[in-house]
Design a protein around this ligand. Structure first.
Ligand code: FES
Length: 222
């Protein structure tokens, strides 16, 4: 898929002082003269700060890493984890549309995004709070259909559970990630068939951490 810069660009981009300290620490991980190797974490930090990768952000990263801006753009446009358009101020929802999710009705989830967020992917809702896109396999096919919001996965989705997630976000709350049919991980729907004696925690490690940190949709603000 051809990915281009957004037609509307901000005037500039600057890392916050705290993020700049973080960026310099990343560069130090690489041998002298190889600062360009830090391009992906530095771009990622730019996205964590702004929500997306703008042209000024690309130019800023290129300057810091002493790279040609086109080289940084090549990287930002190659990896779909980098958003080249502005995203919703509350959440950008990435719905998996690859075969296992499609067979489990991901199209219904995509239609809900069109209905409740915006008729087109990569554009903002009227209030600017939400955006969405269809993505390729998120690697959680056993729990299809799946969407990623910020740092976390929402799995075993149905129309109703997806609308509940949207409602929570609208109310300013962080919906609980993980399986929406109360699966611990990706065990059979009817429960474990082996290792039954194993004592389980209530939540798997990733969901427990997400619930503790509540940083699913948090941006780096400083
Ligand atoms: S196909 Fe959707 S997570 Fe793999």
């Amino acid at each position: 898929m051809l990915r281009r810069m957004h037609p509307e660009q901000p005037k500039g981009f600057k890392f916050t002082p705290k993020n700049m300290i973080w960026v310099k620490a990343q560069i130090k991980k690489y041998p002298k003269g190889r600062q360009a190797s830090a391009v992906i974490p530095v771009l990622w930090r730019a996205q964590e700060q702004e929500g997306w990768i703008s042209q000024p952000a690309i130019e800023c990263v290129a300057k810091i890493l002493k790279m040609a801006p086109i080289r940084v753009f090549e990287i930002a446009s190659f990896y779909f984890m980098f958003h080249l358009s502005p995203v919703g101020s509350v959440a950008h929802i990435q719905v998996c549309g690859t075969t296992p999710c499609m067979l489990r009705n991901s199209e219904e989830i995509i239609n809900l995004c069109k209905e409740h967020i915006s008729s087109k992917a990569h554009s903002l809702s009227d209030d600017g709070k939400f955006s969405w896109e269809e993505v390729e396999c998120l690697g959680a096919c056993a729990n299809a259909p799946v969407c990623q919001i910020g740092k976390d996965y929402y799995e075993d989705l149905s129309k109703d559970s997806f609308l509940e997630i949207l409602d929570e976000l609208v109310l300013g709350r962080v919906p609980k990630p993980g399986s929406k049919i109360k699966r611990f991980a990706s065990e059979p729907k009817g429960g474990l068939t082996s290792l039954k004696g194993k004592k389980e925690n209530k939540l798997n490690a990733s969901v427990a951490r997400a619930v503790k940190l509540k940083d699913t949709i948090k941006r780096i603000e400083e």
